[in-house]
Design a protein around this ligand. Structure first.
Ligand SMILES: Nc1ncnc2c1ncn2[C@@H]1O[C@H](COP(=O)(O)OP(=O)(O)O)[C@@H](O)[C@H]1O
Ligand SMILES: [Mg+2]
Length: 181
């Protein structure tokens, strides 16, 4: 076992000193899409948004909300389960929507053109755990969890802005939203 920090894979749960965290409740799918639409105003080329959570929790719904707000609201946004990535035009930058569930290994991400995405596009990544240490450290983590005791359509969301740029944007989103839901 090692205590070297560089050996520790990115953990979706730990919040570092430079990070900002905001927790909120999303009562129904429309609220998830609305949150993503507000985030669309804050993203640009080179940004990485990692969407964590179990099957059916709403990762694709979140991506759809952002893609609709960033570009064409009439665009169909299917889950790129088999293609692994789907590319959309956006007003500020293209949006690359990844679903890495079927990624065979972290290195395969580079074969999909991830270096281009990191240069010129917004990357939305479902199943980011598949990337291991290839997952960029400066990113927004969006963690969605079910809350069955509160209702079938209720989700708990945790936004963690990692690095100063993202921390600032998460704080701004929270302030605009009035602090909670
Ligand atoms: N609060 C909510 N946020 C997001 N999706 C929700 C919510 N409540 C119900 N849903 C439904 O849950 C499903 C989420 O599916 P999807 O976005 O494909 O999940 P994932 O990509 O995480 O597997 C959709 O049918 C959506 O309408
Ligand atoms: Mg999905």
């Amino acid at each position: 076992m090692s205590t070297n920090a560089t050996d520790i894979p990115p953990c979706p749960h730990a919040v570092g000193a430079d990070d900002a965290e905001w927790r909120l409740t999303l009562a129904e799918a429309a609220e998830t899409e609305a949150l993503a639409a507000r985030l669309a105003e804050l993203v640009g080329a080179g940004d990485v948004v990692a969407l964590w959570g179990d099957l059916g929790v709403g990762k694709t719904a979140f991506a759809r909300g952002l893609i609709h707000a960033a570009g064409d609201p009439a665009e169909e946004v299917p889950s790129p389960t088999f293609t692994l990535v789907q590319i959309y035009e956006g007003a500020a930058a293209p949006v690359w929507h990844f679903d890495l569930y079927r990624l065979t290994g972290p290195e395969e991400i580079w074969e999909l053109g991830f270096d281009d995405a990191l240069e010129e596009a917004v990357s939305l990544i479902e199943w980011p755990e598949r990337l291991g240490r290839q997952l960029p450290l400066r990113r927004l983590d969006v963690e969605l969890t079910f809350a069955p005791e509160r209702g079938a359509t209720v989700r708990c969301a945790r936004l963690i802005g990692r690095g100063p740029d993202w921390a600032r944007r998460v704080a701004r989103l929270e302030a605009e939203h009035g602090g909670g839901a």
